[in-house]
Design a protein around this ligand. Structure first.
Ligand code: MRU
Length: 339
């Protein structure tokens, strides 16, 4: 998608320098900083410190980090996979990507030939995510078109939580892919953007992405969505996911569950958009998924350099994700057929 009219993806490989480059999302929306991942440790740090974030993107980053790690030759691919999987435990895309990479090496020793096959597979995984996000966009476009027809030209109001746009994937996004395709095809859309405390991915990233692409959007506090639904100001809720378990439960950024409850109470359709790398058939229910506990400073301060918003020493519990039961989900957009 575009930043100031120029096409960007969230991460890419530069064959001229044999380097991996990515947008440092901790600097947005104030500065567009492109970083280079030159060591395996850089890849671990980029994921852990959330310079890259969003489930599909951290999977692709992990795959590219393993390519760099194989070139370095200091650790086995299996060791690298263990380290990567531990950086962000909830998003299954990470384990999916490291598993895909391990499948191509078996017990083979580190070598130049192995490195080139790792690069090829990592780039394939990147392309697969782009293609699938585009397909999710097309699938969701028909949903938005139907609502637009019913509304007879009035804008379709879509509420989203966190950032499930192109910055969270590689291109297009999951929840936002249908929004971009609808906007590009001339359907009037407007997005209610949850700020998404405590890291404010909605306020910092989703508003940035949408505005750069020219999509009308309005930032709201996390607790406003229920009221807007009661007032008939939300036609559709579209969110992404970090993991969808075998029974259809959705684990996504904390706060998603409350939006699903409000949507159900107000008969607003609640759709979850995610590529196959997010579906975890090995885990039975959302309750079996490890929920990432994040730093108390995310809650105690407005942001990394921000002011304190609670008395010093206040105990904090900061789960990064929550579980939306399958019964609250109207449908899944996985880029195939509507479920
Ligand atoms: O903690 P984050 O910013 O990585 O959380 C991201 C989300 O919760 C997204 O909704 C999810 O990864 C889907 S991204 C397409």
């Amino acid at each position: 998608m575009n930043i100031q009219g120029r096409h960007f993806t969230a991460i890419w490989y530069d064959p001229k320098t044999d380097g991996v480059r990515y947008i440092d999302q901790t600097k947005l929306p104030w500065e567009l900083v492109i970083r280079e991942m030159t060591t395996f440790a850089d890849g671990i740090r980029a994921i852990r410190d959330m310079e890259v974030r969003g489930a599909p993107l951290i999977g692709v980053t992990a795959a590219l980090a393993m390519y760099i790690g194989v070139k370095e030759g200091e650790q086995s691919p299996a060791e690298m996979a263990v380290l990567l999987n531990a950086t962000r435990p909830t998003a299954v895309n990470l384990a999916y990507a490291t598993d895909q990479m391990l499948r191509i090496c078996g017990t083979e020793k580190l070598s130049a030939g192995l490195a080139s096959r790792f690069l090829q597979r990592a780039l394939e995984l990147r392309e697969e995510e782009i293609t699938r996000c585009r397909m999710i966009g097309e699938q969701g476009l028909s949903l938005i078109s139907e609502i637009a027809e019913r509304k007879g030209g009035e804008p379709v109001n879509i509420l989203t939580h966190c950032n499930a746009g192109w910055l969270a994937t590689v291109d297009y996004g999951t929840a936002l892919a249908p929004v971009y395709l609808a906007h590009d095809s001339g359907i009037p859309v407007h997005v209610w953007v949850d700020e998404t405390r405590p890291r404010n991915q909605g306020a910092k990233l989703t508003t940035y992405e949408l505005t750069q692409h020219g999509v009308p959007n309005t930032l709201i506090v996390d607790n406003a969505g229920g009221l807007l639904m009661q007032q008939g100001k939300v036609d559709l809720v579209l969110v992404g996911a970090d993991r969808i378990t075998a029974n259809g439960d959705v684990v996504n950024k904390v706060g998603t569950y409350l939006k699903a409850l409000a949507a159900s109470d107000n008969q607003v359709p609640f759709y979850v958009a995610a590529p196959p790398s997010t579906f975890d058939q090995q885990t039975a229910t959302g309750r079996d998924v490890p929920i990432e506990e994040r730093s108390k400073n995310e809650v105690l301060f407005t942001d990394d350099h921000g002011s304190s918003i609670a008395p010093e020493g206040t105990p904090v519990h900061n789960p990064g994700f929550d579980i939306t039961p399958a019964r609250l989900v109207t449908g899944y957009l996985d880029g195939t057929i509507l479920a």
